[in-house]
Design a protein around this ligand. Sequence first.
Ligand SMILES: CC(C)(COP(=O)(O)OP(=O)(O)OC[C@H]1O[C@@H](n2cnc3c(N)ncnc32)[C@H](O)[C@@H]1OP(=O)(O)O)[C@@H](O)C(=O)NCCC(=O)NCCS
Length: 142
Amino acid sequence: MTYSIKHMTTDTEIDQCFVVMSQLRPHLTRETFLTRARSQMQEGYRLACAMTGDTVVAVAGYRFSQSLSWGKFLYVDDLVTDAARRSQGAGKALLQWLIAEAKRHDCAELHLDSGIQRKDAHRFYEREGMDLLGYHYKIAVE
Ligand SMILES: CC(C)(COP(=O)(O)OP(=O)(O)OC[C@H]1O[C@@H](n2cnc3c(N)ncnc32)[C@H](O)[C@@H]1OP(=O)(O)O)[C@@H](O)C(=O)NCCC(=O)NCCS
């Protein structure tokens, strides 16, 4: 299967990502997804999709950043393939495109976090040659 990769920037295009994105982020409604994606885009968040024709098969949300430890890097916030279309190469196509996008923007590395329960995704990342680096901690501050 071949996929075209497309940046999603207009309200209509962002909305087209909702059905797939909500499979990874089920707390979002169609409205809150649009509002939050738009707000994040003002701070550099981007959406890219693997498509067949007009159909969104996989979605990635990502941004560029830099840190003392990693230098300039591309960070993947969200990566998900439509449940009915998994294991058909869309995730690989989108991840390879993200790696090329990182190179195009002079990043030395691509990073992402993945929930400890997402064992299948970990298999995918390791198959794609990614290294497991460490733990991710959080504390509520409210
Ligand atoms: C991880 C994910 C993005 C990979 O996308 P994909 O389009 O299935 O990727 P590919 O077809 O290129 O590769 C498939 C491989 O991904 C892995 N995989 C992870 N979750 C899977 C799932 N639910 N169904 C099938 N394969 C899955 C398998 O290792 C699979 O390899 P296999 O087909 O040899 O078993 C996708 O499976 C997914 O959306 N999973 C649920 C959401 C998720 O966990 N996202 C990652 C957040 S950090």
